[in-house]
Design a protein around this ligand. Structure first.
Ligand SMILES: Nc1ncnc2c1ncn2[C@@H]1O[C@H](COP(=O)(O)OP(=O)(O)O)[C@@H](O)[C@H]1O
Ligand SMILES: [Mg+2]
Length: 391
C-alpha cells in the first residue's frame, strides 16, 4: 500500500464520508466446515441496528462541547451496533434454509420472543445499557427456554469486561499482558508495570476509546488518558503493558472436539502509515479502513511458520474452551517482546460485515476457508442447533 500521511487522510474525511461509512458496512471442493440442514426451522434474528440516516446525524449539533462533537459522540456510541446492510445479509443467509423473523433487541424484545417462540434465535444483539448489555438477550432466551446461537449470558458478560476475562485466562496460565484496573480517576505516580502502557475502557468493543493516544510512555500521558477514559466512558480504565509484536485475529467456529480455527489473519503494522501508532485503534478501524479506502493491511492466511501457527491455534482454542465460548468467537492475539502469543481479548459476538471491502475479520477468515457468507452463517447456526439437538 502506498504510505499516506495520516493527517492528510483525516482532512479528507468530512461528515458526509462518515455517514457513508455507517450507511452500509478455500478449502477447495466440498467444504468440510460448511453445514446444511435437513429441515426448515423458525429462526428469529435478534440485533441492534445503528442509526444511520443522514437525518439522524443532521439533527445533531456540530458544535464543539468537550472537544467532541455530538456527531462524533453518536458515532462512537453506536460503533458496536450492526448496520442495516449486515442485518439484511444475515437475514438473507438464514432465509436460504429457514423461516426468519427479525426481532430488534429493544426493551420489548422479551414479549416478542415469548409470543413468537422461535425454534432458535440467531443472536447478534449488542444489548442496550450497562456492563452486561450483551447478556440481555441470551438471559431472556434462557428464561424462555428458547435455544440461541453463540455464547451464553455469563460468557458474554465476562468477555465484555476485559479485566474479568483476563483474570480467568491468568488462572489458566494463558499468557496475556500484565494489567490493573482503576475505578475512579486518580493521578498515578507509581505502579508495577513497565512503560509503554495502553489504556482502554474496561468494557467496550469495536476499538471504542482506543486511539493513538492510548499508547503512553510516561506518567503525564498516562494520567491524561486515565482521565479521558474514566470521564468519557463512565467506567473503569484497564491499564496494560504494551505487547509490541505482530498482531493476529483468529476466528473460531464449532464446539468441543469440533471447534476449529479458520485461517489466521495478521494485521500488518509494517503497512501502516508512518505517523500512525501500531494499534488497531478507532482511527485505524473506522477512519483509515473504510470501504472506499485502499487501506489493506490484513493478510489471510497470515504469513507465519508452522510453529507459530501451532502456538496461535493452541492458545486460541484453549481460550475458547476456558471462557466456555459457544458456536463462534473471534480472538485477538499479539506477540510479546519474546514472540510469545498473548491474548488481547475475546469477541464472542464477532463483527460480520458482508462486503469484502469492509475488511470484517470473521467473514474474511471464513472466505479464506472456502465458506461464503451464507455458508458461514449456516455453519454457526448448525453448531448451535446441534447443541440443542435441532439439526
Ligand atoms: N496490551 C496491548 N498491547 C498491544 N496492543 C494492544 C493491547 N491492547 C490492545 N491493543 C491494541 O488495541 C486494539 C484494540 O484493543 P482491543 O482490546 O482488542 O479492543 P476492542 O474491543 O475495541 O477490539 C488491539 O487490536 C491492539 O491493536
Ligand atoms: Mg479487539
Amino acid at each position: 500500500m502506498r504510505k499516506k500521511n495520516f493527517k492528510t487522510i483525516l482532512k479528507l474525511v468530512d461528515l458526509k464520508h462518515i455517514i457513508i461509512i455507517f450507511g452500509k458496512k478455500k478449502l477447495k471442493g466440498k467444504n468440510i466446515l460448511s453445514k446444511t440442514f435437513n429441515h426448515r426451522l423458525n429462526v428469529a434474528l435478534t440485533y441492534n441496528v445503528k442509526p444511520e440516516s443522514e437525518a439522524f446525524y443532521a439533527d445533531l449539533s456540530p458544535n464543539q462541547t468537550d472537544g467532541t462533537t455530538q456527531i462524533e459522540r453518536a458515532i462512537d456510541t453506536f460503533a458496536e451496533w450492526d448496520t442495516r446492510e449486515t442485518i439484511n445479509a444475515l437475514e438473507a443467509a438464514l432465509k436460504v434454509f429457514h423461516d426468519v423473523e427479525l426481532i430488534e433487541a429493544t426493551d420489548e424484545a422479551f414479549i416478542k420472543l415469548k409470543e413468537s417462540k422461535p425454534d432458535i434465535v440467531f443472536n447478534i444483539a449488542e444489548g442496550l445499557n450497562g456492563i452486561s448489555r450483551e447478556s440481555q438477550i441470551p438471559a431472556m432466551l434462557d428464561m424462555l427456554n428458547i435455544p440461541y446461537t453463540g455464547s451464553d449470558a455469563l460468557t458474554l458478560g465476562i468477555c465484555l469486561d476485559k479485566s474479568r476475562a483476563k483474570e480467568i485466562l491468568t488462572y489458566h496460565r494463558i499468557p496475556n499482558a500484565k494489567f490493573f484496573v482503576i475505578d475512579k480517576y486518580q493521578t498515578l505516580s507509581n505502579h508495577a508495570l513497565k512503560f509503554p502502557l495502553i489504556i482502554k475502557p474496561v468494557s467496550e468493543g469495536s476499538s471504542k476509546g482506543i486511539f493513538g493516544s492510548s499508547l503512553v510512555k510516561n506518567y503525564d500521558k498516562l494520567n491524561a488518558e486515565l482521565e479521558r477514559v474514566i470521564n468519557e466512558y463512565k467506567q473503569p480504565a484497564l491499564i496494560e503493558e504494551y505487547l509490541p509484536g505482530r498482531e493476529f485475529t483468529v476466528a473460531v467456529i464449532g464446539n468441543d472436539d469440533e471447534a476449529r480455527i479458520l485461517p489466521i489473519i495478521e494485521i500488518r503494522y509494517d503497512e501502516f502509515p508512518d505517523d500512525v501508532e501500531h494499534l488497531y485503534s478507532y482511527e485505524a478501524k473506522w477512519i483509515l479502513d473504510t470501504k472506499e479506502s485502499d487501506f489493506n493491511v490484513f493478510d489471510c492466511p497470515a504469513n507465519i511458520d508452522r510453529e507459530l501457527e501451532k502456538q496461535i491455534k493452541e492458545i486460541a482454542l484453549k481460550t475458547y474452551k476456558v471462557l466456555r465460548c459457544k458456536d463462534w468467537s473471534r480472538i485477538d492475539i499479539r506477540l510479546d517482546k519474546n514472540n510469545v502469543p498473548n491474548i488481547i481479548e475475546v469477541n464472542p459476538l464477532p463483527g460480520i460485515m458482508p462486503d469484502p471491502n469492509e475488511n470484517s475479520s470473521f467473514p474474511k477468515a471464513a472466505r479464506a476457508a472456502g465458506l461464503d457468507y451464507n455458508q458461514m452463517i449456516q455453519t454457526v447456526l448448525h453448531a448451535a442447533a446441534k447443541r440443542y439437538n435441532l439439526s
